[in-house]
Design a protein around this ligand. Structure first.
Ligand code: IPE
Ligand code: IPE
Ligand code: MG
Length: 261
């Protein structure tokens, strides 16, 4: 997982190749989280129904998952469906769920080939049984993979996640003095994972829309006007390059030394 892996699939002389050569592979973000937005706008610009935007967005998911694994990103989290997205018309919701099932069925082999572990973050138990079944198959079959961890945020809400963590703390009988930030972080859906270093949002909106509220405390945010169905490996490389130019301070005066840098 390195420059060579990206160059192996990049067209010589392409923007991907030029961008990939500028990346410092010793300073990759460990965790990249993406708010995949703009599918509806992509479709309406083409006078197509919104669901066509979601359909087209699947190609972007495939490209970004595979590119991230090739780059050597440890954790990739894609925001696919929020708790608030249930407010959308039932037909749009059911198309989104069908697309998700289809993606998983078709991509399972690729995930395994690329040693990618798949996990759901969100209230999985509230999803329809057929969707849950597909997700569980994906999680179980890839559970032995040791490469990139691919989280899909589904039926996910950042506030709900914090409430669920608080409920777990109470259910576990934790005393107030036993609860601190690291312990609480372990009770979140992403327990044990590094926090996102880089948060990407497509389609230009400057908001976090209830995504990973706890975990993005010190994430670097990169927003692009590119709509999700147009987002490809080269945009991911652009985001990583921008990230590598940032000065992360964590409230201090200069970036703390990070092992391996
Ligand atoms: C993102 O695209 C996909 C989901 C939220 C599921 P949208 O459907 O939000 O597209 P816009 O924002 O309306 O363009
Ligand atoms: C955020 O996009 C949710 C996902 C990408 C799944 P939305 O389109 O739902 O967010 P808002 O409504 O513009 O804040
Ligand atoms: Mg949107």
């Amino acid at each position: 997982m390195s420059l060579q892996d990206i160059l192996a699939v990049a067209v010589p002389g392409s923007p991907e190749e030029t961008l990939a050569r500028q990346i410092n592979f010793d300073r990759l973000p460990s965790h990249v989280a993406i708010i995949m937005d703009g599918n509806g706008r992509w479709a309406s610009r083409r006078h197509l129904p919104r669901v066509e935007g979601h359909r087209a967005g699947i190609d972007s998911v495939r490209d970004v998952v595979e590119s991230s694994a090739r780059l050597g990103i440890q954790v990739l989290t894609l925001y696919a469906f929020s708790l608030e997205n249930w407010k959308r018309p039932a037909s749009e919701v059911s198309t989104l769920m069908s697309l998700l099932k289809r993606y998983l069925r078709l991509e399972l082999k690729t995930l395994l080939t690329n040693n990618i572990r798949f996990r759901v973050v969100g209230r999985k138990d509230e999803l329809a049984p057929d969707v849950r079944r597909e997700l569980t198959i994906g999680e179980e079959r890839t559970s032995g993979c040791t490469g990139m961890l691919f989280n899909i945020a589904l039926n996910y809400g950042g506030r709900a996640e914090i409430v669920d963590a608080a409920r777990r703390a109470i259910a576990a009988g934790l005393k107030p003095e036993e609860l601190d930030e690291p312990r609480f972080g372990e009770l979140l859906y992403t327990g044990g994972q590094p926090d996102p270093d880089l948060l990407i949002r497509t389609s230009g909106e400057m908001r976090v829309s209830n995504f990973l509220l706890w975990q993005i405390a010190y994430a670097e945010i990169w927003v692009t006007d590119t709509l999700w169905p147009d987002f490809r490996c080269r945009h991911l490389l652009e985001a990583i390059l921008a990230y590598q130019k940032r000065d992360r301070r964590y409230g201090g005066l200069k970036e703390p030394a990070i092992a391996g840098r």
